[in-house]
Design a protein around this ligand. Sequence first.
Ligand code: MEV
Length: 435
Amino acid sequence: MEKSNYINGYSKLTNEAKVDSMAHFLGKTVDDFSILNHFKLPDSNLQARLEEISENVLSNYMLPYSIAPNFLVNGKHYLVPMVIEESSVVAAASAAAKFWFSRGGFTSKVVGTTKVGQVHFKWLGNGSVLNQHFPKIKDILINDSEYLLANMKKRNGGITGIELLDFTHQLPNYYQIRVSFETADAMGANIINSVLEEMAQSLKQYFADNFEGAEADCEIVMAILSNHTPESLVECYVECDIEGLAEVSGSLLPADYALKFKTAVDIANIDIYRATTHNKGIYNGIDAVALATGNDFRAVEACGHSYASRDGHYKSLTTVDIDNGKFRYTLRIPMALGTVGGLTTMHPLAKLSLEILGNPSARELMEITAAAGLANTFSAVRALTTSGIQKGHMRFHLNNSLNTLGATEQQKLQATKFFKDKKVSHKAVQDFLGK
Ligand code: MEV
């Protein structure tokens, strides 16, 4: 790469200069990027607030902000905000919410909200000696980082456990301090990381003060929270009499349909190819709510996928039970969500989403979000085991083709009527428009 091409100090340029630099780099003009300005907010204060969220911001990338109504979760009626780029997801969530509304809704329960952080370090000394020192080390680490946890403690959070793990049999000289946190209503990533970095410093100091020679030093490899949060878990289910499935069982008897639905989910429990797609259907709902409420959806997904592999093979996050004439569909999913701090207060729409949900606690938000995930997978498996998934996507394919082919509003209306009972393909739309 030619050195003259290297872009120096991009982050320090003004917004206009950043666009100018990009245009120059790509051999284009600033006017070629005028669309960036169309997506900026007219309210410059609000725009400035959004730009503070990230770096090298040129504009805003918009996605639809939607509501899935009629979510009955633990007897409470919610309108659930969802942000997602994929069509049919909000419709699928809403359809499932409506179906289960008259069947008792979603029963959702937080099993725990423990988060974990780790200080990874290398030390040349003996593990059993370190074990003897650990009670003292533990007290020092807790004392030294206490000042960072004042706010969390006010909300009944804090450190709930701290242990020393010896991994030297797997990686020479490698030890780990694993800290458990109750973060209350915050997701807690920032606080946890600050506490861990403080602990890492104290640990280093402890070795310097209490050991000699090579043992007086330790190498802090890193200090960071873990996104594997199997103990920050929520369990959510829907249940009805098998006969209650008649409305969705298509040409099958409800009892046969319940078994077919169960088979579809059982397949996702034994086959990784299906499991991944099945779980993706759950995250359609979960990510959409996480995004709408300003939560870290990558963290939420990462912990779900590691949890799905907890037995050594990746499997479905849901199970079906058919017992005593009842059909029950259950989702067990770890999740680290917050309702205070981070983007939840900085992004005006994240704040609005929480207001729409009645300003829930983190636990309540976990329960609602799990319900959205269960709703989406219910609709997905229901479609897959009856009419197939493409039927529900037809409107999207039709709109896509109509827009690509430059159809007028009137042609769009006519096409919607025409394709109501026909298969949509780009060629068929092209033929319909006479193009
Ligand atoms: C598509 O976004 C999600 C599905 O593939 C989920 C599934 O297959 O269960 C329909």
